[in-house]
Design a protein around this ligand. Structure first.
Ligand code: ATP
Ligand code: MG
Length: 255
Protein backbone atom coordinates (compact mmCIF):
# COMPACT_ATOMS: atom_id res chain seq x y z
CA UNK A 1 0.00 0.00 0.00
CA UNK A 2 1.31 3.41 -0.91
CA UNK A 3 2.62 5.28 2.12
CA UNK A 4 3.58 2.15 4.07
CA UNK A 5 7.08 2.13 5.57
CA UNK A 6 8.67 -1.03 4.13
CA UNK A 7 12.15 -0.47 5.52
CA UNK A 8 13.15 1.55 8.56
CA UNK A 9 16.70 2.14 9.71
CA UNK A 10 17.27 3.74 13.12
CA UNK A 11 20.59 4.72 14.66
CA UNK A 12 22.42 2.95 11.83
CA UNK A 13 26.13 3.12 12.63
CA UNK A 14 29.25 1.57 11.12
CA UNK A 15 32.79 2.12 12.30
CA UNK A 16 35.92 1.15 10.42
CA UNK A 17 38.57 1.35 13.11
CA UNK A 18 38.55 5.00 14.14
CA UNK A 19 36.44 6.14 11.19
CA UNK A 20 32.68 6.40 11.65
CA UNK A 21 31.58 5.78 8.06
CA UNK A 22 27.86 5.86 8.95
CA UNK A 23 26.87 7.68 12.11
CA UNK A 24 23.45 7.12 13.69
CA UNK A 25 21.53 7.42 10.45
CA UNK A 26 17.75 7.17 10.52
CA UNK A 27 15.95 6.46 7.26
CA UNK A 28 12.46 5.38 6.21
CA UNK A 29 11.75 3.85 2.83
CA UNK A 30 8.10 4.16 1.93
CA UNK A 31 6.12 2.34 -0.74
CA UNK A 32 5.26 4.77 -3.53
CA UNK A 33 8.37 6.89 -3.01
CA UNK A 34 11.82 7.32 -4.45
CA UNK A 35 14.03 8.31 -1.52
CA UNK A 36 17.31 9.74 -2.79
CA UNK A 37 20.42 9.65 -0.62
CA UNK A 38 22.98 12.21 -1.72
CA UNK A 39 26.36 13.32 -0.44
CA UNK A 40 29.89 13.87 -1.65
CA UNK A 41 32.37 11.01 -2.26
CA UNK A 42 33.03 9.04 0.90
CA UNK A 43 29.92 10.39 2.69
CA UNK A 44 28.87 6.83 3.56
CA UNK A 45 26.10 6.21 1.01
CA UNK A 46 27.29 2.81 -0.24
CA UNK A 47 28.13 1.75 3.31
CA UNK A 48 24.58 2.65 4.33
CA UNK A 49 23.20 0.45 1.54
CA UNK A 50 25.52 -2.39 2.60
CA UNK A 51 24.28 -2.07 6.17
CA UNK A 52 20.60 -2.01 5.19
CA UNK A 53 21.03 -4.97 2.82
CA UNK A 54 22.93 -7.01 5.41
CA UNK A 55 26.16 -7.19 3.43
CA UNK A 56 28.11 -5.88 6.39
CA UNK A 57 27.11 -5.95 10.06
CA UNK A 58 26.03 -2.84 11.94
CA UNK A 59 28.21 -1.44 14.72
CA UNK A 60 24.96 -0.13 16.23
CA UNK A 61 21.37 0.50 15.22
CA UNK A 62 18.33 -1.37 14.02
CA UNK A 63 16.91 -2.40 10.65
CA UNK A 64 13.20 -3.12 10.31
CA UNK A 65 12.02 -4.82 7.16
CA UNK A 66 8.27 -5.02 6.48
CA UNK A 67 7.63 -4.41 10.17
CA UNK A 68 9.99 -7.12 11.42
CA UNK A 69 13.28 -6.61 13.24
CA UNK A 70 15.82 -7.71 10.61
CA UNK A 71 18.92 -6.37 12.35
CA UNK A 72 20.39 -9.81 12.98
CA UNK A 73 19.28 -11.29 9.65
CA UNK A 74 21.87 -12.33 7.07
CA UNK A 75 21.89 -10.76 3.62
CA UNK A 76 20.23 -13.82 1.99
CA UNK A 77 17.49 -13.80 4.60
CA UNK A 78 16.83 -10.11 4.02
CA UNK A 79 16.78 -10.78 0.26
CA UNK A 80 14.25 -13.55 0.74
CA UNK A 81 12.11 -11.25 2.83
CA UNK A 82 11.97 -8.75 -0.05
CA UNK A 83 15.09 -6.60 0.01
CA UNK A 84 16.75 -6.14 -3.38
CA UNK A 85 19.85 -4.16 -4.23
CA UNK A 86 22.06 -3.18 -7.12
CA UNK A 87 25.75 -2.38 -6.92
CA UNK A 88 27.81 0.69 -7.75
CA UNK A 89 29.93 -1.49 -10.06
CA UNK A 90 28.49 -3.82 -12.68
CA UNK A 91 27.84 -7.32 -11.41
CA UNK A 92 26.46 -8.91 -14.58
CA UNK A 93 27.87 -12.05 -16.20
CA UNK A 94 28.92 -10.72 -19.63
CA UNK A 95 29.08 -14.15 -21.31
CA UNK A 96 25.51 -15.02 -20.37
CA UNK A 97 22.42 -13.66 -22.06
CA UNK A 98 20.21 -11.00 -20.52
CA UNK A 99 17.61 -13.66 -19.74
CA UNK A 100 20.18 -15.98 -18.14
CA UNK A 101 21.49 -13.17 -15.96
CA UNK A 102 17.96 -12.47 -14.74
CA UNK A 103 17.27 -16.15 -14.16
CA UNK A 104 20.48 -16.56 -12.16
CA UNK A 105 19.46 -13.61 -10.02
CA UNK A 106 16.02 -15.16 -9.47
CA UNK A 107 17.59 -18.48 -8.50
CA UNK A 108 20.00 -16.80 -6.11
CA UNK A 109 16.99 -15.70 -4.09
CA UNK A 110 16.18 -19.36 -3.53
CA UNK A 111 19.86 -20.01 -2.79
CA UNK A 112 20.08 -22.46 -5.67
CA UNK A 113 22.62 -20.51 -7.68
CA UNK A 114 25.32 -23.06 -7.03
CA UNK A 115 23.23 -25.70 -8.79
CA UNK A 116 22.16 -23.52 -11.68
CA UNK A 117 23.60 -25.87 -14.31
CA UNK A 118 21.34 -28.66 -13.03
CA UNK A 119 18.26 -26.68 -12.17
CA UNK A 120 18.19 -23.86 -14.66
CA UNK A 121 16.12 -25.57 -17.32
CA UNK A 122 13.69 -26.99 -14.84
CA UNK A 123 13.17 -24.11 -12.49
CA UNK A 124 9.89 -22.73 -13.81
CA UNK A 125 9.57 -20.16 -11.03
CA UNK A 126 12.89 -18.58 -11.89
CA UNK A 127 12.02 -18.52 -15.58
CA UNK A 128 8.77 -16.70 -14.87
CA UNK A 129 10.49 -14.28 -12.47
CA UNK A 130 13.23 -13.57 -15.03
CA UNK A 131 10.74 -12.97 -17.83
CA UNK A 132 8.67 -10.64 -15.69
CA UNK A 133 11.74 -8.73 -14.52
CA UNK A 134 12.95 -8.20 -18.11
CA UNK A 135 9.48 -6.99 -19.06
CA UNK A 136 9.32 -4.51 -16.17
CA UNK A 137 12.81 -3.21 -16.92
CA UNK A 138 12.04 -2.81 -20.63
CA UNK A 139 14.51 -5.47 -21.74
CA UNK A 140 12.16 -8.11 -23.17
CA UNK A 141 13.45 -7.62 -26.71
CA UNK A 142 17.04 -8.16 -25.59
CA UNK A 143 16.56 -11.42 -23.67
CA UNK A 144 18.76 -13.49 -25.96
CA UNK A 145 21.50 -10.85 -26.29
CA UNK A 146 24.82 -11.50 -24.52
CA UNK A 147 24.92 -9.16 -21.53
CA UNK A 148 28.47 -8.13 -22.42
CA UNK A 149 27.23 -6.79 -25.77
CA UNK A 150 24.74 -4.35 -24.20
CA UNK A 151 25.26 -0.59 -24.15
CA UNK A 152 26.29 0.95 -20.83
CA UNK A 153 22.75 2.15 -20.12
CA UNK A 154 21.26 -1.23 -20.97
CA UNK A 155 23.72 -2.89 -18.59
CA UNK A 156 22.51 -0.65 -15.78
CA UNK A 157 18.92 -1.51 -16.74
CA UNK A 158 19.89 -5.17 -16.57
CA UNK A 159 21.22 -4.59 -13.04
CA UNK A 160 17.80 -3.30 -12.06
CA UNK A 161 16.12 -6.21 -13.87
CA UNK A 162 18.33 -8.65 -11.93
CA UNK A 163 17.29 -6.94 -8.75
CA UNK A 164 13.60 -7.20 -9.79
CA UNK A 165 14.02 -10.90 -10.60
CA UNK A 166 14.39 -11.52 -6.86
CA UNK A 167 10.83 -10.16 -6.41
CA UNK A 168 11.79 -7.45 -3.92
CA UNK A 169 9.50 -4.97 -2.17
CA UNK A 170 12.38 -2.63 -1.39
CA UNK A 171 15.01 -1.60 -3.96
CA UNK A 172 18.36 -0.20 -2.87
CA UNK A 173 20.00 1.24 -5.98
CA UNK A 174 23.60 2.44 -5.80
CA UNK A 175 24.23 4.94 -8.59
CA UNK A 176 22.15 3.23 -11.29
CA UNK A 177 22.54 6.33 -13.50
CA UNK A 178 26.34 6.54 -13.34
CA UNK A 179 27.90 7.11 -16.75
CA UNK A 180 24.57 7.33 -18.55
CA UNK A 181 23.69 9.68 -21.38
CA UNK A 182 20.58 11.88 -21.27
CA UNK A 183 18.36 9.41 -23.09
CA UNK A 184 19.45 6.47 -20.95
CA UNK A 185 18.91 8.55 -17.81
CA UNK A 186 15.38 9.42 -18.97
CA UNK A 187 14.62 5.75 -19.53
CA UNK A 188 15.92 4.76 -16.09
CA UNK A 189 14.01 7.54 -14.34
CA UNK A 190 10.82 6.49 -16.15
CA UNK A 191 11.48 2.94 -14.96
CA UNK A 192 11.86 4.07 -11.33
CA UNK A 193 8.68 6.13 -11.63
CA UNK A 194 6.83 3.06 -12.92
CA UNK A 195 8.25 0.83 -10.18
CA UNK A 196 7.62 3.02 -7.19
CA UNK A 197 3.89 2.32 -6.81
CA UNK A 198 4.73 -1.28 -5.89
CA UNK A 199 8.10 -0.68 -4.24
CA UNK A 200 9.99 1.50 -1.83
CA UNK A 201 13.11 2.76 -3.61
CA UNK A 202 16.36 4.10 -2.19
CA UNK A 203 18.34 5.89 -4.90
CA UNK A 204 21.96 6.89 -4.35
CA UNK A 205 22.89 9.36 -7.05
CA UNK A 206 25.36 12.17 -7.78
CA UNK A 207 23.46 13.72 -10.70
CA UNK A 208 21.49 16.44 -8.88
CA UNK A 209 19.27 17.15 -11.87
CA UNK A 210 18.17 13.51 -11.92
CA UNK A 211 17.79 13.45 -8.13
CA UNK A 212 15.49 16.46 -8.10
CA UNK A 213 13.47 15.02 -10.99
CA UNK A 214 13.03 11.58 -9.47
CA UNK A 215 12.99 11.96 -5.71
CA UNK A 216 9.96 12.31 -3.48
CA UNK A 217 12.23 12.63 -0.46
CA UNK A 218 15.92 13.42 -0.15
CA UNK A 219 18.39 12.62 2.61
CA UNK A 220 21.73 14.41 2.60
CA UNK A 221 24.79 12.81 4.17
CA UNK A 222 28.05 14.47 5.12
CA UNK A 223 30.87 12.49 6.74
CA UNK A 224 28.54 9.65 7.69
CA UNK A 225 25.83 11.82 9.26
CA UNK A 226 22.49 12.99 7.95
CA UNK A 227 22.46 16.78 7.78
CA UNK A 228 19.01 17.13 6.20
CA UNK A 229 16.10 14.98 5.14
CA UNK A 230 12.75 15.91 3.67
CA UNK A 231 10.88 16.96 0.56
CA UNK A 232 13.09 18.11 -2.34
CA UNK A 233 12.17 21.80 -1.97
CA UNK A 234 12.83 21.74 1.74
CA UNK A 235 16.25 20.14 1.21
CA UNK A 236 17.16 22.49 -1.63
CA UNK A 237 16.55 25.50 0.60
CA UNK A 238 18.20 24.08 3.72
CA UNK A 239 21.06 26.38 4.77
CA UNK A 240 23.18 23.46 6.03
CA UNK A 241 22.82 21.67 2.70
CA UNK A 242 23.70 24.82 0.79
CA UNK A 243 26.77 25.28 2.97
CA UNK A 244 27.85 21.67 2.45
CA UNK A 245 27.48 22.07 -1.30
CA UNK A 246 29.00 25.55 -1.40
CA UNK A 247 30.74 26.12 -4.70
CA UNK A 248 28.66 23.39 -6.27
CA UNK A 249 26.19 24.94 -8.68
CA UNK A 250 24.28 21.70 -9.10
CA UNK A 251 21.58 22.62 -6.62
CA UNK A 252 20.94 25.83 -8.53
CA UNK A 253 20.78 24.15 -11.91
CA UNK A 254 18.48 21.46 -10.54
CA UNK A 255 15.99 24.12 -9.46
N1 ATP B 1 35.78 -1.86 3.79
C1 ATP B 1 36.14 -0.66 4.27
N2 ATP B 1 37.16 -0.53 5.14
C2 ATP B 1 37.52 0.68 5.63
N3 ATP B 1 36.93 1.84 5.29
C3 ATP B 1 35.91 1.78 4.41
C4 ATP B 1 35.46 0.55 3.85
N4 ATP B 1 34.42 0.80 3.00
C5 ATP B 1 34.25 2.13 3.04
N5 ATP B 1 35.13 2.72 3.86
C6 ATP B 1 35.22 4.16 4.15
O1 ATP B 1 33.95 4.59 4.59
C7 ATP B 1 33.66 5.90 4.10
C8 ATP B 1 32.36 5.86 3.34
O2 ATP B 1 32.54 5.16 2.11
P1 ATP B 1 31.36 4.88 1.10
O3 ATP B 1 31.90 3.99 0.04
O4 ATP B 1 30.17 4.41 1.86
O5 ATP B 1 31.07 6.32 0.53
P2 ATP B 1 30.08 6.78 -0.64
O6 ATP B 1 29.23 7.87 -0.07
O7 ATP B 1 29.39 5.61 -1.23
O8 ATP B 1 31.09 7.44 -1.69
P3 ATP B 1 31.03 7.47 -3.32
O9 ATP B 1 30.10 8.60 -3.67
O10 ATP B 1 32.43 7.77 -3.70
O11 ATP B 1 30.56 6.13 -3.80
C9 ATP B 1 34.87 6.30 3.25
O12 ATP B 1 35.71 7.10 4.04
C10 ATP B 1 35.52 4.99 2.90
O13 ATP B 1 36.89 5.15 2.70
MG1 MG C 1 29.37 4.76 -3.08
Amino acid sequence: MSGTVLLRGTGITRRWGGLVAVDEVGIDLVQGEVHAVIGTNGAGKSTLINLLSGEIPLSAGRVELLGQDATAWSQPRRAQAGLGRSYQRNTIYPGFTVFENCRLAAQARHQKAWRWWQDAGRCADSTVAATLAMEKAGLSDLGSRAAGALSHGQKRQLEVAMCLATAPRVLLLDEPLAGMGAEETDRMLALLEALKSDHAILLVEHDMDAVFRAADRITVMVNGSVIASGAPDQVRNDPGVRAAYLGDASLETAA
